[in-house]
Design a protein around this ligand. Structure first.
Ligand SMILES: *Cc1c(COP(=O)(O)O)cnc(C)c1O
Length: 365
């Protein structure tokens, strides 16, 4: 027996289930890894930015040295791009780590955390880890019901999480709703706007301008290099907020949480306009392809603004397993109370075709 954990939340806390790695499925099914495709974790199917790969290779010779704990050049470049100051930025080992910083700062027993039904799985996990009380607001058409979330705020609420576009549904909240939400959120509540997929939008709402103007100290934007930049394996994301909020989060951050390779790769990826453009074009075409295929197959799907799509297939777990046997890894949604649905990340055109072919074989016509 291990000594009893003092954090009693651990007794009932589930472990996060990530998308299954290709190598693991290959071992289990005895298939060659190169015959398996993974459309399960919203990764960039075009790979990392080639400029990032080159930049990362260059820093390998200096790995005897600790990284720059303040990531000077990366923050400088991000700040320039966003029209903010480096003091508005905190870097995380993936934006997941920033969620944990928020937990350390604001979550405790007796604190309410407001989220939406079908929200990103990490928010409830971290809330529970710190013993905070979760208030889950029913979704509307699979998306966030922002007016209802506003009403759900209590005097004990410290944090509201909104992912826009949302994962796993791909929904985008109406622009007017977001503007109103940001404007009327009470001062005692931190609004965390998770913008992991913002780069896939045609005309995104620019909330960073509120940070620039310093008018919303209770707003934290989160972004990541894991999605459009194709650097999920590198683990780097960032938060954008008021300097007072940022300096508080900075106290929690381990000094070297962003390694030297990640700093170099992210910096180069930011400047790789070509890779970003190609990724967006591939994504739009892929979403079109899936939506058309699902309409032909008479499958219900949720209109997506991100790089994945949620589709209703009946027994999601069974379909996931059957597709996996054919070498196509998607994401079952039982953990999100969406047992009839699977989530498919947009791949290359060839991967998307293989995925639809696999679905057609499995589902009754
Ligand atoms: C993928 C994703 C993230 C990014 O996580 P990282 O830790 O940066 O890889 C954050 N929020 C949402 C909603 C996501 O889907």
């Amino acid at each position: 027996m291990i000594p009893t954990p003092t954090n009693t939340a651990l007794k009932t806390l589930p472990t996060y289930q990530p998308g299954r790695p290709i190598e693991e499925v290959a071992r289990e099914l005895n298939l060659p890894a190169n015959e398996i495709i993974k459309l399960a974790s919203n990764e960039n199917p075009l790979g990392p930015s080639p400029l990032a790969i080159a930049a990362m290779q260059k820093v390998l010779a200096n790995l005897n040295l600790y990284p720059d704990g303040n990531a000077f050049y990366l923050k400088q470049k991000l700040a320039e791009k966003l029209g903010i100051a480096p003091a508005n930025l905190v870097l995380g080992n993936g934006s997941n780590e920033i969620i944990e910083f928020v937990g350390h700062t604001y979550f405790a027993p007796g604190v309410d955390v407001v989220v939406s039904q079908f929200c990103f799985a990490i928010y409830p996990l971290v809330a529970k880890l710190f013993g905070a009380n979760l208030i889950t607001v029913p979704a509307k058409n699979h998306g966030h019901d922002l007016p209802a979330m506003l009403k759900a705020i209590t005097p004990q609420t410290r944090v509201v999480f909104v992912a826009n576009p949302n994962n796993p549904t791909g929904t985008l909240a109406p622009r007017e709703d977001v503007i109103r939400f940001v404007n009327v959120i009470p001062d005692h509540v931190l609004l965390v706007m998770d913008e992991a997929y913002i780069e896939f939008l045609d005309d995104p709402l620019d909330l960073a301008s509120l940070v620039r103007l310093g008018v919303r100290p209770n707003l934290l934007l989160m972004r990541t290099f894991s999605k459009i930049y194709g650097l999920a394996g590198l683990r780097i994301g960032y938060g954008i907020g008021h300097p007072d909020l940022i300096s508080t989060l900075e106290k929690i951050r381990q000094p070297f949480n962003i390694n030297s390779i990640a700093q170099a790769g992210a910096l180069a990826a930011l400047g790789d306009e070509e890779h970003i453009r190609k990724t967006r074009a591939n994504n739009f075409a892929g979403l079109e392809f899936f939506q058309r295929a699902f309409r032909d197959m008479k499958l219900e799907y949720v209109q997506s603004a991100a790089n994945f799509i949620l589709v209703r297939v009946g027994e999601g777990q069974r379909v996931f397993e059957a597709m996996q046997k054919q070498g196509v890894i998607v994401r079952p949604m039982g953990g999100y109370q969406l047992g009839e649905w699977i989530r498919i990340s947009v791949g290359t055109p060839r991967e998307n075709e293989r995925c639809v072919e696999s679905l057609e074989k499995i589902l009754p016509q």
